[in-house]
Design a protein around this ligand. Structure first.
Ligand code: PLP
Ligand code: TYF
Length: 393
């Protein structure tokens, strides 16, 4: 019977890791999967996390089960950063639980909306492929709208039309910041409008915040999420600490629900706990415990924020160099300067993506998405020259 199972495609982004590793060229460049890299090309453990891990090893006296909600100290300590120091739980209207990464949180959020009776999710296109995959696996219909226009700016007409065409009771899934794969984020004024549109159409927002602090800053990157939350009665927030604490494989995330009536929170979140028990039971402890220790200690918090500032500054410098290169062969790199986070899409054709790999050993997604953090002072000129050569006529 197991032979009934059909071959499934590998994850195209994760498959790039293996393709890159197999390339023997010493000057190859990895602009594939979304991990931050230093100017030396490394993805080190944050100093603040290392210190917290040492403390954890020295002081943790038990690894007994915590329950499906995980480390609630971690969940609560993050809330002022996500929802604002002024009212981190919006008057008792927000509760969270720990999840295995942002992906675990998205999985729970979408399973909860499915259980609540929603059947359709409105998603910008392109998006992170896992969004559509999770919806498909849960039997949720996806309705797509164009995320960015030909001018490289968010396509506001497309989102206006998508919301206008939505049925009451649909959900809308939005990237809070550092849009993956385009790097094209909404301005504050655009978020103001979107918040109003969603509220008026009575859509349930699901906000995916996987890169807080990697765009413009921790507070700046939360603007859109906070703006939507003050406009609507209910929302779900899928949060990841895997980029902004550098914890990737430790799988650190949280799901938050905001409801209008605080007395309903316990009942609503009991569904998150129940769905978690039916899948991973309880989230992995280590990474979240390390984040909690960072956030409970003023010195470690300052160190973490400083390390995050350095990451963001380096990515802005890389973006500025690409933008200054301007028109290169047949493509314009200028828009990259105004985009945020790890990713930008360079309009390479599929053949040009293959040529960048085969002729120059430069690896990135088939969509033309590059991870800007893969560029360093040592390799950025090679990338620009290769781009000129491959896209030039
Ligand atoms: N959401 C987006 C848009 C992402 O790009 C990612 C992955 O990096 C995630 C969520 C989930 O991240 P993780 O499950 O690694 O925490
Ligand atoms: O888009 C990226 O590169 C990151 C990392 O199945 C990632 O979000 C990619 C694919 C995947 C899990 C994480």
């Amino acid at each position: 019977m197991l032979s009934n199972l059909q071959q499934q495609p590998a994850d195209a982004l994760l498959a790039l890791i293996k393709l890159f590793d197999a390339d023997p060229r010493a000057d190859k460049i990895d602009l594939g999967v979304g991990v931050y890299r230093t100017g030396q090309g490394d993805t080190p453990v944050f100093g603040a996390i290392k210190a917290a891990e040492r403390k954890l090893v020295a002081e943790q006296d038990s690894k007994a089960y915590l329950g499906p909600e995980g480390d609630m100290g971690f969940v609560t300590a993050l809330m002022p950063y996500i929802f604002g120091k002024a009212s981190p739980d919006m008057g008792g209207r927000i509760e969270g639980m720990q999840t295995p990464g942002g992906t675990g949180s998205l999985r729970l959020a979408l399973a909860m909306v499915k259980r609540a009776g929603y059947s359709r999710v409105i998603v910008g296109k392109p998006s992170w492929p896992n969004h559509n995959q999770i919806c498909a696996d849960l039997g949720l219909a996806v309705s797509e709208f164009n995320h960015a226009g030909a001018d490289g700016k968010p396509d506001m007409d497309a989102i206006r039309a998508a919301v206008a065409g939505a049925a009451e009771g649909d959900c809308i899934l939005l990237h809070g910041c550092c849009h993956n794969p385009t790097g094209i984020d909404y301005s504050n004024a655009q978020w103001d409008e979107i918040a109003g549109l969603i509220a008026e159409a009575k859509l349930l927002p699901i906000i995916d915040l996987a890169y807080q602090g990697l765009g413009l800053g921790m507070e700046e990157d939360a603007y859109g999420l906070r703006r939507v939350l003050v406009a609507v009665p209910e929302a779900l927030i899928a949060y990841s600490c895997d980029k902004n604490f550098g914890l990737y494989r430790d799988r650190v995330g949280a799901l938050y629900a905001m409801v209008s009536d605080p007395t309903e929170l316990g009942r609503i979140m009991s569904n998150g706990h129940n769905l978690a028990r039916a899948s991973w039971s309880q989230p992995p402890d280590h990474g979240a415990a390390a984040v909690r220790l960072v956030l409970e200690d003023e010195t470690l918090t300052a160190q973490w924020l400083d390390e995050l500032d350095q990451m963001r500054d380096r990515m802005r410098q890389v973006r500025a160099i690409l933008a200054a290169a301007g028109k290169v062969g047949g493509v314009d790199l200028a828009p990259v300067g105004g985009q945020n986070g790890l990713f930008s899409i360079i309009p390479f054709t599929p053949d040009q993506v293959q040529e960048m790999r085969s002729r120059h050993g430069i690896y990135f997604a088939g969509s033309g998405r590059i991870n800007v953090a893969g560029l360093t002072t040592a390799n950025i000129q090679n990338f620009i020259d290769a781009t000129a050569e491959v896209t030039g006529v």
